[in-house]
Design a protein around this ligand. Structure first.
Ligand code: GAP
Length: 431
């Protein structure tokens, strides 16, 4: 189990400009979080890295971008309007609502002690009314998963890209779920980003590709900086699987509030394409080189973006008597290098530091200038936002044309010649 408390992490996230409660100045809106400067940079870096890892560095995954609003017919066909539900129990007295599967005692309200009502299925899809004339609106839904955007474009993809099996359609984007009880910071929210792809295969090959993606998901976990010893696989029993899945393996993470789902890998069979073919009347078959026509099967790796951020932050969190530091991998760190003039009131020093700052920023874009407080305080601040390297320009720099580079994790300081600085920094950051 993680030895960082959620209180510490949530407080650091707020204090250092990573993440704030959504709509906070009006008392907040449950299940929503706002990302500040460093949180947004971290979030974008993680998405960029995922995109590189699963799309740009491969030949078999293609890009998709589809709207968050989708027709009711999509969700009717996919089974989400009937099957995408959690068990809801409401207290007869205080009217508080709970998820049935999270209650130890399904008779007594944990908040007021009142009698709990009967358990019923509560649909997680969020409907929205489109149209400007009252009474004439159309119901659409904010998507509960990205996958349907890929399935409804399967034919477009075959017609335009003419891909050969196996191939995937990948997307990063928002999803919405009307969670009964959002909780645990970014873990269970009502609006979140997903990074997922549908990998289309021949039915006979599904087990091979399921195993392949399981291995690739472990590689990603390592690359993004999630501690592998805090992750475990769970074979999800049939009764807990989503309505479309014939096999699911969850990657679980040891959060401070328990070992729970981080990612999922599902074998969706030909369930979705068959449902859409039937409901739309379109031919969604694929023709292979031998002229066989069939509906491909699907293996789906799915990655919650918020849960990735949470697991990355929890994996990176360190503290000792002196300091707190986030040991982010350089690729995801919001700021890669911070540049300090030793003193801010010595023009010749500031001028030299500014020249060095501009030069470093030209080859490492996420470089930050910091001249606030003493150098010790600047180090603490950069440690808390996870900046791997800090450069200090002092009076000696003007003489020996060298700077002090300090490493976040070891706190070791090294004098580096200015004409060797670019190579040194790049080597340190790129491993
Ligand atoms: N297309 C498959 C799919 O959506 P899922 O297991 O329902 O599968 C995918 O969700 C991932 O989204 C999960 O593995 C988890 O990381 C994340 N996730 C699910 N519900 C979430 C919520 N309410 N808040 C934050 N992340 C969530």
């Amino acid at each position: 189990m993680s030895d960082v408390s959620m209180e510490k992490l949530v407080s650091l996230a707020k204090r250092r400009g990573f993440i704030y409660p959504g709509s906070e100045i009006y008392g907040g809106l449950a299940g929503t979080w706002d990302y500040g400067h460093y949180g947004s940079l971290l979030a974008y870096n993680i998405k960029d890295l995922w995109w590189k890892h699963f799309v740009e560095e491969r030949d078999d995954n293609f890009a998709m971008t589809t709207p968050t609003l989708m027709s009711e017919a999509v969700w009717q066909a996919s089974g989400h309007l009937d099957g995408f539900a959690d068990p809801l129990i409401e207290c007869n007295k205080c009217k508080h609502r709970f998820r049935g599967d999270q209650l130890e005692d399904k008779k007594k309200c944990p908040d007021c002690g009142g009698k709990l009502g009967e358990e019923k299925a509560f649909n997680l899809m969020l409907p929205v009314q489109l149209g400007s004339v009252e009474g004439k609106s159309n119901t659409a839904y904010l998507r509960g998963e990205l996958a349907q955007g890929m399935f409804v474009n399967f034919k477009n993809t075959l017609d335009t890209l003419r891909p050969k099996l196996p191939f995937g359609l990948a997307q990063i984007g928002r999803a919405y779920r009307n969670e009964i009880s959002p909780r645990d910071f970014l873990f269970r929210v009502r609006e979140f980003d997903l990074m997922e792809f549908e990998y289309f295969v021949k039915e006979a090959d599904w087990e091979k590709y399921f195993e392949m993606w399981k291995k690739e998901m472990w590689k990603w976990i390592e690359r993004v900086g999630i501690k592998k010893n805090m992750v475990s696989e769970l074979e999800v029993p049939e009764k807990d699987r989503a309505h479309y899945s014939k096999r699911t393996v969850d990657f679980e993470f040891d959060y401070p509030f328990g070992t729970k789902e981080l990612y999922g890998l599902a074998y969706r069979t030909d369930y979705d394409l068959k449902k859409h073919a039937k409901a739309s009347g379109l031919d969604l078959t694929y023709s292979d080189e031998e002229g066989n026509k069939f509906i491909p099967h699907v293996v789906e790796p799915t990655f919650g973006h918020g849960r990735t951020i949470l697991a990355v932050m929890l994996s990176a969190y360190n503290e000792d008597k002196e300091r707190v530091w986030l040991s982010f991998k350089p690729e995801v760190a919001p700021i890669k290098v911070a540049v300090f003039p030793l003193l801010r009131n010595k023009p010749e020093l500031v001028e030299k530091a500014d020249e060095i700052y501009k030069s470093v920023k030209s080859y490492i874009p996420n470089t930050l200038w910091d001249d606030n407080g003493n150098v010790g305080k600047r180090y603490r601040r950069q440690d808390e936002i996870g900046t791997p390297l800090c450069i200090t320009i002092d009076f000696e720099t003007l003489e020996d044309k060298a700077v002090t580079v300090r490493d976040r994790d070891s706190m070791a300081q090294q004098r580096v010649k200015l004409d060797e600085l670019e190579n040194y920094l790049k080597k340190k950051l790129n491993g």
